[in-house]
Design a protein around this ligand. Structure first.
Ligand code: NAG
Ligand code: NAG
Length: 927
């Protein structure tokens, strides 16, 4: 390496003189060239000088870790040949710069391209780069775009400029004159199976691009590449995981924010460079970009979810605590767990059954030996206000006797399973997943591959793009509910789709092998084993709703997406309630129907932090209902880690403790009294705050706000917040600072610039805008409430069926000026389309100068769901109070009983005696 470093400056000079720079480049020639130097001409690995130069690129070893040694010449790319501007956009024709050789001989270059830029609205735009001569695959995910473009220049936050050589698009934010997208950088390539485009970023702060584990929420810019390809791959560093979200949010020097979606569903990778810049490489489809202009991070998410679809409102009960494990031996074990949780008075709403409830892990069956009592147990638990969620996998077992397994038989009848392209074979593309063969006992002492070979039955994968498949799937779900047992929600797993064999049984994929091993292999976990590693053949054929035949190669990343809506629709039509669906594999817009758990994580301390990062990323991906498996899925949990994870997990929107088979129990009643007590306390806090969390979920559904909110969304002008990922907010007002490391009793946390109150004591925090050490003994998670906000709450009970009956409390945290505001969304908790049909209550609360008033913008609540006003706590009341009076139109004023604690500056008054239901506005005055 040292020897090469000497060459560096030398080569730089040669490269410069060779490239014949025009005069205006020489002004800052050094900066320019160093930047071009970042763009990797040989991302495939294994380059040397000869191979590099054969691509027309520049070879120059570097001592910078991960920096490319083979990079593009300044003008490598396409050249603009024609530009047509209209009021609604720009059309550009571009041609490949043939001064440079083709990039990959196995992937045909497309020399002439069309670029269509559309001014979607004043705050959003799209640029689409495609082959005008031949139609290529385009992502069949419908987006909600404005009906007409914004044709009035003055109404647009942006301006677009086209660069000629190399061709590039520059998007400029008019207010700051910053270039926030700039693809006028070398290396742009558009060939059949290798499409590459880079953009300079306006700042070093970029977030998102998933689903893959990131060690920090802010990206490290030092040439890190992340593969995106749906895979049954437990999250790990640089491993492509279950879902695909080619979306990032970028901050700008002006402290504005924007978001960019690349709507492409092929396998791809994304590299983040110190330029700062970002390179996308995808292996099919077209380049279809959408940008939203914010200007704040929170507005970026609102605009993005307006486009991809706003997240579903989950049932109220799904915000309760949930218990699951893979490997319950029988229904008695679940019944005991339920009884122990009740006895320990730990709030909990949802129990699961993982695949063992099924007969030989086959969907829509019940193990009649070990889980014979499950339907009755489910009925009993549901009668006590609990809910049940079952798992379903997409793969359907194929080796049952004809007539004995309707799911497969009717699937064949209705032709729902994925097959080969007809000219190759009319057979199904068989895989293997869980189901065992009938009458065969699995020998667990054998190695996994042998077990798969010997004991796993063939499976067929339904093609969920077809309407007939959705109907068939819905019918299976309905039949199960009506004939076998009830459930309230569905959990869909293994929908990458995962298979235990590679490609197909026998592992020989038919047809074009460049689909299985493309000329450019993105940086994936399985890059050396082919795209079909642990999934189906890329040459399998799927059929879109409109009859278009597509290759699994193009739609692999949409398999989980296509599985989600049919499952959600089936849940609604079967149960008549909205319930909840959680899915493993997601794509932009999956949040419209489902939440997502962060996968089969490990029971390790580092995963606590990673789960916060994962949740923040899913917040900006538009899937707010998320959380990791509390205490981790794989391996042994240890006491302290599990306890800290219970505390953190109490603030996951999706709060579920889940564990894999053959591991010791890790539920809250598995560890003794102290653990149970800490779990009870922290879950009681969660349950107390559920009305606030539910209101945030409504705001996500109605307006696209985030629920788990990075601090920078609320305090973007304070650069300290740009990197914070060890703390997060619930909405604008609750700051959560968990212990994430072993042995700590003090946690260093940031107190953003506002007035904050300690949730546990009600005392005001003396500092703001600085890092402080927070005492965090084992029983405690740090929680702070932001002055200026009113949080609705209810006393916790054993489950939400009971807590929802309690009076509504308010927590009024006054700001420096003695004011606060907040709101409550309330409905029946599980009705279908309550928001669209206005069958809900929306109340806003305002406190100012010793007066708390409510207003009711929407009152569509049924009488049975009404709430009465209960205890109100006001924090930050500086002067002693002598009287609290409540007035409601048409009624005499009433004095309310109250207490005032001068030391804490807390006023509490109780309206319970008034039996006042909150759909009627009220005013409460203290003086
Ligand atoms: C399982 O089903 C597949 C597909 O029909 C068939 O090819 C295979 O022979 C069957 N295996 C057994 C053991 O019945
Ligand atoms: C604890 C945890 O959730 N860690 C990782 C689990 O996996 C997701 C991706 O599925 C990551 O985003 C999390 O960071």
């Amino acid at each position: 390496m040292a020897v090469w470093a000497v060459y560096l400056s030398l080569c730089l000079l040669i490269a410069l003189s060779a490239s014949g720079l025009e005069p205006d480049y020489t002004v800052n020639w050094e900066a320019k060239s160093l930047k071009s130097r970042d763009f990797d001409c040989y991302p495939d690995g294994g380059s040397d000088q000869a191979k590099c130069e054969a691509r027309g690129c520049i070879w120059e070893p570097s001592s910078i870790p991960n920096a490319p040694w083979c990079y593009y010449a300044e003008t490598h790319g396409y050249i603009t040949s024609n530009i047509v501007e209209t009021a609604s956009g720009i059309t550009v024709d571009i041609e490949r710069n043939t001064d440079f050789p083709i990039q990959r001989s196995q992937s045909r270059d497309i020399n002439k391209l069309r670029v269509e830029i559309t001014f979607l609205s004043g705050k959003s735009l799209r640029w689409k780069i495609f082959d005008p001569a031949n139609a290529r695959f385009e992502v069949p995910v419908p987006l909600e775009l404005p009906a007409t473009p914004e044709t009035e220049e003055n109404n647009r936050l942006y301006r677009v400029q086209i660069q000629n050589k190399p061709f590039g698009i520059q998007v400029i934010r008019k207010s700051s004159e910053e270039i926030i997208w700039d693809s006028a950088v070398p290396g742009f390539t558009f060939s059949d199976q290798f499409l590459q485009i880079s953009t300079r970023l306006p700042s070093n702060y970029v977030y998102g691009v998933g689903e893959t584990e990131h060690p920090s929420y802010t990206h490290d810019l030092n040439f890190h590449t992340y593969g995106l390809f749906a895979k049954d791959q437990p999250p790990g560093y640089k491993l492509n995981s279950y879902g695909v979200h080619p979306f990032y949010m970028g901050l700008e020097k002006s402290k504005n924010a924007h978001g960019v979606l690349l709507l492409n569903s092929n396998a791809m990778d994304v590299t983040i460079l110190p330029t700062p810049a970002l390179t996308y490489r995808t292996i099919g489809g077209i380049l279809d970009f959408y940008m939203v202009m914010g200007p704040t991070p929170e507005v970026v998410v609102q605009q993005y979810t307006e486009m991809i679809g706003r997240p579903v409102l989950p049932a109220y009960w799904s915000l309760g605590f949930q218990l699951c494990r893979y490997g319950y031996a029988n229904d008695a074990e679940i019944a005991d767990l339920y009884n122990d949780m009740k006895a320990a008075k730990i709030p909990y709403d949802v129990q699961y059954a993982d695949i063992e409830y099924m007969e030989r892990q086959m969907d829509f069956t019940l193990d009649k030996e070990n889980f014979k009592g499950l339907p009755a147990l489910v009925d009993r638990m549901r009668a006590e206000g609990m809910r049940y969620i079952f798992i379903l996998d997409p793969a359907i077992a194929a080796n049952e006797t004809k007539g004995s397994y309707p799911a497969f038989d009717t699937g064949i009848e209705k032709d729902v399973f994925i097959k080969w392209p007809p000219k190759l074979s009319d057979d199904i593309v068989w895989g293997k997943v869980w189901p065992d063969y009938p009458n065969v006992d699995v020998d667990n002492s054998l190695d996994w591959d042998t077990q798969v070979k010997l004991f796993r039955a063939f499976v067929a994968f339904p093609d969920f793009f077809k309407k007939s498949t959705a109907e068939w799937w819905g019918q299976q779900i309905k039949d199960y509910y009506n004939n076998v047992m009830k459930f309230d929600g569905l959990w869909i797993d293994m929908n990458e789709p995962a298979s235990f064999v590679h490609g197909t049984v026998g592992e020989k994929c038919l047809g074009d092998q460049t689909l299985e091993n493309p000329p450019y292999m993105p940086r994936l976990e399985s890059m050396y084993r082919g795209l079909n590693h642990k999934t189906m053949c890329m040459n399998s054929e799927q059929i879109l709703d409109d009859g278009t035949r597509v290759k699994h190669y193009d739609v692999h990343n949409l398999y989980g997406w296509s599985h989600t809506k049919p499952t959600y629709d089936a849940l609604l039509s079967t149960t008549g309630k909205r319930g909840v669906v959680v899915t493993r594999s997601t794509y932009p817009s999956s949040g419209r129907w489902a939440g997502h758990w962060l996968g089969d994580n490990y029971s390790r301390w580092d995963q606590l932090l990673k789960s916060i990062i994962g949740m923040m990323e899913f917040s900006i991906f538009g899937i707010p209902y998320t959380g990791a498996d509390i205490c981790g899925f794989f391996n042994h949990a240890e006491y302290e880690m599990c306890l800290r994870w219970m505390q953190l997990g109490a603030f996951y929107p999706f709060s579920r403790n889940h564990n894999t088979i053959n591991m010791p129990r890790q539920d809250p009643v598995a560890w003794g009294d102290e653990f149970a007590a800490v779990s009870r306390d922290v879950l009681n806090i969660r349950y107390t705050l559920l009305p606030y969390l539910y209101t945030l979920m409504y705001e996500a559904h109605a307006h696209g706000n985030t629920v788990v909110r990075p601090l920078l969304h609320e305090f973007v002008t304070d650069e300290n917040t740009w990197k914070i990922d060890r703390q997060f907010l619930w909405g604008p007002a609750l700051l959560i600072t968990p212990a994430l490391d072993p042995g700590v009793t003090v946690v260093r946390g940031y107190v953003p610039n506002a007035r904050w109150y300690d949730y546990h004591t009600g005392e005001v925090v003396g500092v703001r805008g600085q890092f402080v050490d927070m005492e965090t003994p084992l029983w405690k998670i740090n929680l702070h409430v932001r002055g200026g906000h009113i949080l609705p709450w209810q006393k916790a009970e054993s489950n939400t069926h009971y807590s929802r009956l309690n009076p509504l409390g308010l927590l009024v945290a006054l700001d420096d000026g003695g004011s606060a505001h907040g709101s409550l969304f309330w409905d029946d908790g599980e009705g279908i389309d309550t928001v669209q049909n206005k069958r809900f209550l929306l109340t806003t609360f305002t406190a100012s100068s010793g007066v708390l008033t409510s207003m009711v913008p929407t009152d569509g609540l049924a009488e049975a769901d009404r709430l009465t006003l209960g205890l109100v706590k006001v924090w930050g009341v500086t002067a002693p109070v002598t009287r609290v009076t409540m007035s409601v139109t048409g009624q005499p004023d009433a004095d309310l009983p109250f207490t005032y604690n001068a030391q804490v500056q807390e006023l509490q008054f109780d309206a319970t005696s008034q039996s006042h239901t909150i759909e009627k506005p009220f005013t409460i005055t203290w003086n």
